[in-house]
Design a protein around this ligand. Structure first.
Ligand SMILES: [Zn+2]
Length: 404
């Protein structure tokens, strides 16, 4: 992040305390200084002094709160300033998207551009994305929201430290360095723009806004595998409510787990990967649906399957069956007992989940209970929301940089 401000004059302890106070406010909207002190173990004086700085830096706001069962004057609560936010941008195989997430976690702006990006050079795509980001910044500014940082998420393996897309086979990208392009998405933001993997971002969104955050399901979905179905099949592994990305950030790549040793060749160059059975193109081709430049193939597949067309039904069921093979092995290997499906697996839920369930019962009986196979409710914005929220959290962790 080349545009990052030079380190401030605050010490390490103070930095940690600032992050602690901000995390407390994010976790508990409307919390008071006294509650923050009690929960963090910091003194009231030290919380008050940090809060004064955060108010001055525009990162938090005061709000009046009345607690249940308390009489008298309303107290003063604290919230993250909704007039601050982060940008997310997404490059996918068949669309580009940008979104703005405010500090409260609300997606206040979202734009998608359908486009076939397979084989497109970064120099074809980035200018389009920069124009979309400019529109998002303008809209946010008109709504009074200042964007402090952002994240670009892509369907491939990334090196976050060096801003390099190492391999995005479905885009045709290998070793694409974006250090010069990333800042153009958000030229004046103090925290710059980082890079992430699309499936990891969507898994984080599921953790922060989906099943992992829902009181009714959060216990069951503290450890889960998120599987995103797009042209490729991506995955993100969440262990103990944290993304487990592995030493280089590449763990959870379930799309390239081998499910059939003699299976067809995959975009990654290997043979018999899950993606070669459960990716969109694999399903269309097994269903006898030819590629065209419109995006009508999914609608056609759904229509055929609905009408009971044998090839279409068996193509989707085959995808579900191999999904089950991959999940069964992963569940054993990583001690996972829950799965969340995203992308086209949501659209195909009615056909694919029974096939997946049968496959799980056959290959890993009893391992993943009924009710622990869920579909994401976040829709097409999952990766955007996860990327933007990751950026918000990074900003909150480094917020001492903004303290005067
Ligand atoms: Zn593969």
């Amino acid at each position: 992040m080349s545009t990052m401000p030079s380190p401030g004059r605050v010490g390490d302890v103070r930095r940690r305390n600032v992050a602690l106070v901000l995390a407390g406010i994010q976790k508990n909207d409307g919390t008071t200084r006294a509650q923050l002190a009690a929960e963090s173990g910091l003194t009231k004086a030290s919380v008050s002094s940090i809060v004064t700085d955060l108010l001055e830096a525009g990162l938090v706001r005061e709000t009046s709160v009345t607690r249940d069962g308390e009489r008298g004057r309303p107290g003063t609560g604290l919230v993250l300033n909704p007039a601050r936010g982060a940008l997310a941008a997404e490059i996918n195989v068949d669309y580009l998207a940008v979104g703005v997430l405010d500090f409260k976690g609300d997606l206040t702006f979202h734009e998608t551009l359908e486009r076939h990006n397979r084989g497109s050079l970064p120099s074809d795509i980035l200018p389009l994305l920069v124009a979309m980001a400019q529109r998002a910044v303008t809209k946010a500014a008109a709504a009074g929201v200042e964007l402090l940082g952002g994240e670009l998420t892509v369907p491939g393996l990334v090196d976050v430290e060096r801003n390099v897309v190492l391999a995005a086979p479905n885009l045709g990208w290998a070793d694409v360095e974006l250090s010069e392009e990333l800042p153009k998405l958000l030229p004046v933001a103090p925290f710059g723009v980082s890079l992430s993997n699309e499936a990891n971002s969507a898994a984080l969104a599921e953790l922060w806004f989906g099943h992992g955050a829902d009181n009714r399901t959060s216990e069951r979905f503290r450890d889960f595998l998120y599987i995103s179905g797009e042209v490729g099949v991506g995955g993100g592994l969440v262990i103990d409510s944290q993304l487990f990305a592995g030493p280089q950030g590449h763990a959870g790549e379930i799309g390239h787990v081998v499910v059939h040793p003699d299976g067809p060749v995959c975009a990654c160059g290997g043979h018999g990967c899950l993606e070669a059975f459960a990716g969109q193109n694999a399903i269309y081709s097994a269903a006898g649906i030819e590629w065209d430049s419109t995006s009508r193939q999914m609608a056609l597949l759904l229509q055929l399957a609905h009408d009971g067309d044998e090839r279409a039904v068996s193509a989707v069921e085959q995808a579900g069956r191999y999904l089950g093979v991959a999940v069964a092995s992963t569940a054993r290997f990583a001690n996972i007992s829950a799965v969340v499906l995203g992308g086209h697996f949501v659209v195909l839920e009615e056909l694919i989940t029974p096939a997946l369930r049968r496959s799980l019962d056959r290959h890993a009986p009893g391992l993943i209970p009924e009710g622990n196979v869920a579909v994401s409710g976040l829709g097409q914005t999952a990766a955007l929301r996860g990327a933007a929220e990751a950026s918000v959290r990074r900003i909150l962790n480094q917020a001492y940089e903004l303290i005067p």
